[in-house]
Design a protein around this ligand. Structure first.
Ligand SMILES: Cc1cc2nc3c(=O)[nH]c(=O)nc-3n(C[C@H](O)[C@H](O)[C@H](O)COP(=O)(O)O)c2cc1C
Length: 263
């Protein structure tokens, strides 16, 4: 079931037509005619989880679990290695249920080696034991926990239980001896949600706003018994979230802003 779904996600993503607006075209970076800085002085390197990353970019969680997904992960890993940027894996739940698919994820660590940041991924309703197993499977530098109630609701077989998630995330952050990134999948974490997560100990958050990948459309195209098209515009635009968070930005909060960034 999960294997088929993972391939359908890729297929449906490639077929998706709805163009959401992340509102980033409303933002401009003010030009400075007097930078007082030489081009050679510009350094895009930074440190993440004790490793050097050459650009403030990452390859985000997408796939794993089947042969096709393994090929995609291998290609993405080569790109991550070439540019020395972090790479995250798609949800590893499949590999927790079926040992045979572990290699479709661990191939990423094999290709990038120890120098690159590799980030594992599971749902935020996972147990600490599952998160530890997923982490060890790929020698992860950090684990992502995704929250995705809208996607789950559009999936016929999706979860319907969303209570207790915040407490679960909090206890995993406390117990895991590795950093935890909490992320959405393209509907956005509001400034209020970010603040609630921060209060529960989250220090790495990926807002994953609206305006890029649209999981209502991707899931809607997997089912034929009802139509969720009216929900395609749902979600908080990436730029709006960033501006909202800026008003009360905590200094020790590391923010990742996925959600429709194309250039
Ligand atoms: C095909 C596909 C599969 C994805 N699978 C996962 C996943 O397994 N776990 C997860 O946390 N996010 C997953 N995502 C969401 C991305 O990590 C990201 O948060 C989201 O696509 C928003 O960014 P974007 O608009 O730049 O694509 C997936 C995205 C795509 C396109």
């Amino acid at each position: 079931m999960r294997e088929i779904r993972k391939e359908e996600h890729i297929e449906n993503y490639l077929k998706s037509a709805y163009k959401g607006d992340n509102l980033l075209s409303d933002i401009y970076i003010e030009y400075n005619a007097l930078p007082e800085l030489d081009f050679e002085q510009i350094n895009t390197e930074s440190e993440l989880f004790g490793k050097t990353t050459k650009f403030p970019l990452m390859i985000n969680a997408m796939t794993g679990g089947t042969e096709v997904c393994e090929e995609i992960n291998a290609d993405l890993a080569r790109i991550a290695k070439e540019f020395s940027i972090p790479i995250a894996l798609g949800s590893q739940k499949i590999a927790l249920e079926n040992d045979e698919s572990i290699k479709t994820f661990s191939i990423v660590r094999e290709i990038v080696g120890e120098k690159n940041v590799v980030i594992g991924n599971l749902s935020s309703n996972s147990s600490l034991k599952e998160v530890k197993r997923a982490k060890n499977m790929i020698d992860a530098d950090a684990m992502q926990l995704h929250v995705n109630p809208v996607q789950e609701l559009v999936m016929k077989e999706g979860d319907r239980k969303f209570s207790g998630i915040l407490e679960n995330i909090s206890s995993i952050i406390e117990e895991l001896d590795q950093p935890v990134i909490v992320k959405e999948v393209g509907f956005g974490l509001s400034a209020q949600a970010v603040s609630r997560l921060y209060d529960k100990g989250a220090r790495y958050i990926d807002i994953a706003g609206h305006g890029g990948t649209n999981f209502v459309e991707i899931e809607n195209n997997r089912r034929f018994d009802c139509d969720f098209e009216d929900f395609y515009p749902w979600g908080i635009p990436t730029a709006k979230i960033l501006l909202d968070i800026k008003k009360d930005r905590k200094e020790d909060l590391f923010l990742i802003s996925s959600g429709g960034l194309k250039s």
